[in-house]
Write a protein that binds this ligand. Structure first.
Ligand code: FES
Length: 569
């Protein structure tokens, strides 16, 4: 076998002596002739959703050993979604860059990628695409379902719901606090169809996870079995030199978009898939999500759009059962890490509970997916998830109430004097990749308290940021260009009329072009993102691309492969 790691370990030069001697520590003589398999591990106490991955890594390690490889655990940058400030998305590209460079710089022949919490699987896939070494993802899996007052709790989604109930006066502060310890029942990531669940599913639809594994709950012993099997598989992939660039094709992205739509997945997957495709030079556009996904029925009845949780999804048959229902919409050419096309894995994939995974004949939503909007408010596009929106608001005309930053929003939204009603359109800017910076999940703005008390539960909201995959509502997000990059969102004033027409895919400001040309961007908004910054933030602001192309750094687009130009000296 012609191994990349032989460049480090073979021969009798001084350098190969050094490489072997420092790595030997009990490794037998032939340990250096075997495939060197990195286990890129995002386990961290500060990423609680991934903390169990050290145990998963042990099973991968056993599998690698059994197949004749040498496993090497490689801790990589880990991002805990709920903790990292100002937003984990600011660090996604840094995590991807660090993992890519570590894999390239080291004597590695193949890699198993262990991720879970929202940004960890995207950053690992971006890295794997750019370094293009044989790679397989083992998703860490969702947590089990917790309950409060006899009702199941969906992570994230029910935090929004319960906190709105407190604001509306239908839940006490004390009850709210008691629900806290019931929210996270076990190891694993969020149990709704949020971003973590979505990205595990999308990774499997892309062909980068052993089919049938995504969605296995974190405490389920079958996850360790899958990890063991993946450890064996990666050794085969190295022997066959099967690299991500042979799996991640336009066809596999097509299947990922079908899967995303059929499970009613998070809008965050749009940004992540665009970024992963960008690392491979695949011509994936925002329009592809609408063209491929918007006719796909939503078959999965999971929070935030539906009722159930990931444990139910897995019990009901998981992704393969869903894909079997929409098999005709999949691209049969797309391959998986098994060497077989994705569609070949769908023969034995029944639905075990049609309440959770609906048959094609009785979808949750006939045509779901993600709608891509354009108009004078979003010349480069914006997205909305119709399945999570209120049907009566998908065509709506309303008066803008504008906020220049999330801090401005929090300061004023509950002011009884705020001139806002149920028909108003809440506009929040300064939350794009450059503006915040890092494009936080703030687009699903909480509604004004006085309207909540009147029973209003949804309003049209427009923002250049992202939305948590666990959130819901009639939210137009990822507006591009963002306000901080000179987008028209910077010119909107309170009182302007905004026209949303999702069926026609339009979002327009009913203000004349002449009037807009006379306006200067809001000074308050500019001030919010003009503060001088150093280090990663500086690099990020200077180089991040807009949401419609994946919010990657412009100099990270494309692949450098696994070659290292020079020996270490
Ligand atoms: Fe980690 Fe939701 S906070 S997946």
């Amino acid at each position: 076998m012609n191994l990349r790691s032989a460049q480090w370990y073979q021969g009798d030069q001084r350098n190969s002596y050094i490489h072997r001697a420092w790595m030997r520590r009990g490794v037998p003589d032939d340990g250096f002739d075997r495939p060197q398999i990195a286990i890129a591990n995002t386990a961290s106490d500060l990423t609680p959703c991934n903390a169990h991955l050290t145990e998963v890594a042990r099973s991968v390690r056993d599998g690698v050993h059994q197949a004749g490889g040498t496993p090497l655990e490689l801790p990589v940058v880990s991002l805990g979604e709920t903790l990292v400030r100002p937003t984990a998305m600011l660090w996604r590209n840094m995590a991807a860059m660090a993992a890519e460079e570590l894999l390239r710089a080291n004597p590695v022949d193949g890699v198993v990628l262990l991720g879970g919490c929202d940004k960890t699987i995207p950053s690992l896939l971006m890295a794997a695409a750019s370094v293009d070494l044989p790679a397989v993802v083992v998703p860490g899996g969702p947590m089990l379902t917790g309950t409060f007052q006899g009702r199941p709790l969906g992570c994230g989604t029910d935090v929004w719901r319960l906190s709105e109930e407190v604001r509306a006066g239908t839940l006490t502060e004390e009850q709210f606090t008691r629900s806290e310890s019931a929210m996270i029942r076990s190891r694993g990531h969020c149990n709704t169809m949020g971003t973590a669940s979505t990205m595990a599913i999308v990774a499997e639809a892309l062909g980068m996870v052993v089919p049938g594994v995504a969605g296995t709950p974190a405490p389920d012993s079958r996850l360790l079995q899958a990890a063991h099997g993946t450890g064996r598989l990666i050794v085969d992939l190295v022997a066959e030199d099967r690299r991500p660039s042979t799996l991640l094709t336009k066809a596999s992205f097509h299947n990922a978009i079908v899967a995303l739509a059929a499970v009613g997945g998070s809008t965050n997957a749009v940004v992540h898939l665009l970024a992963i495709a960008g690392r491979l030079g695949i011509d994936l556009t925002l329009e592809d999500f609408d063209r491929i996904g918007s006719a796909v029925p939503v078959l999965v009845d999971l929070l935030p759009a539906g009722r159930f949780l990931m444990e139910d999804f897995h019990r009901a048959g998981g992704l393969l059962a869903v894909l079997r229902e929409v098999r005709d919409l999949l691209d049969p050419a797309a391959l998986t890490v098994t060497g077989k096309p994705l569609v070949d894995h769908l023969e034995d994939a029944p639905i075990w509970d049609e309440n959770v995974i609906r048959p094609r004949s009785a979808p949750l939503v006939a045509a779901g997916g993600i709608a891509v909007l354009r108009g004078n408010l979003a010349p480069d596009g914006a997205v909305i998830k119709p399945a999570a929106a209120s049907a009566h608001l998908l065509r709506h005309r309303g008066r803008a109430v504008v906020f220049d930053s999330i801090e401005d929003f929090h300061a004023r939204i509950d002011d009884p004097a705020l001139d806002v009603d149920a028909d108003s359109v809440l506009v929040l800017r300064g939350c794009g990749p450059k503006g915040y910076p890092g494009m936080p999940e703030v687009s699903n703005m909480p509604l004004p308290k006085k309207l909540l008390e009147q029973g209003v539960r949804d309003m049209v909201r427009v923002c250049d940021g992202r939305m948590s995959g666990t959130a819901y509502g009639t939210v137009v997000l990822h507006v591009a260009p963002e306000a901080a990059a000179g987008g028209p969102l910077a010119l909107v004033r309170t009182g302007d009329m905004i026209n949303l027409d999702v069926p026609r895919r339009r979002i327009d400001l009913e203000t004349s072009a002449d009037e807009l040309a006379r306006r200067a961007p809001s000074e308050a908004a500019a001030a919010a993102y003009a503060s001088p910054r150093r280090g990663w933030e500086r690099l990020y602001i200077d180089h991040v691309t807009q949401a419609d192309t994946g919010a990657d750094l412009d100099f990270l687009l494309g692949s450098s492969g696994s070659e290292v130009s020079r020996e270490s000296h």
